[in-house]
Design a protein around this ligand. Structure first.
Ligand code: IMP
Ligand code: MG
Length: 178
């Protein structure tokens, strides 16, 4: 285990079964529709890669880069689009793929952003949900796992760009960021 990780919260094995369940739900809900999966970089990369492999339907993918955290552990509340999708979203059914929903700022912004660009529908799949920390209400269609209020890293999630490549999800030792 990484020396900065206090304990493992979600093992590789549990991650795989969460992803498999979400893939089945999304496949059945979007059967026959024009689905565009929009990953929020960089945190969603490992989750999205595994989810895409587990899905049976055909769909298109794109990515956005947004920022609101700088290098801390608290949302600043302001969301900036640093990189937009590279195709028109008009008339498409969008599924935003996110690593974690915390304050809700990022996803609340993105849903409005894509609806304003003419998407037919905008739904969200998030691997993790920290409901205790919500400041803005956001309807989330698919949730991998509800977790307590702790700062987690691994499987795409970072702290100051570190720990993203851990294959499991762990709780970061508070002394690392305090
Ligand atoms: P929100 O806008 O506050 O909902 O924050 C969402 C974004 O904050 C996520 O996409 C993550 O990049 C980041 N984030 C929130 N909580 C954590 C965490 O526990 N570990 C790592 N990143 C987090
Ligand atoms: Mg992040």
């Amino acid at each position: 285990m990484n020396k900065d990780v206090e304990r493992i919260l979600v093992s590789e094995h549990e991650l795989a079964s969460i992803v498999e369940r979400l893939a089945r739900e999304i496949d059945s809900d979007y059967e026959g529709r024009d689905l565009l999966m929009v990953g929020v970089l960089k945190g969603s990369i490992l989750f999205m890669a595994d989810l895409m492999k587990a899905m049976k339907n055909d769909f298109k993918i794109d990515f956005v880069v947004v920022s609101s955290y700088a290098d801390g552990t608290e949302s600043t509340g302001r969301v900036n689009v640093l990189k937009d999708v590279s195709q028109s979203v008009e008339g498409k059914d969008l599924l935003i793929v996110e690593d974690i929903i915390d304050s809700g700022n990022t996803l609340s912004f993105l849903v409005k952003y894509f609806l304003a660009k003419g998407a037919a529908s905008v739904k969200i799949v998030t691997l993790f949900d920290k409901p205790d920390r919500r400041r803005v209400e956001v309807p989330v269609k698919y949730v991998g796992k509800v977790i307590p209020d702790a700062f987690i890293v691994g499987y795409g999630l970072d702290y100051a760009e570190k720990y993203r490549t851990l294959p499991y999800v762990g709780i970061l030792k508070p002394e690392v960021y305090l």
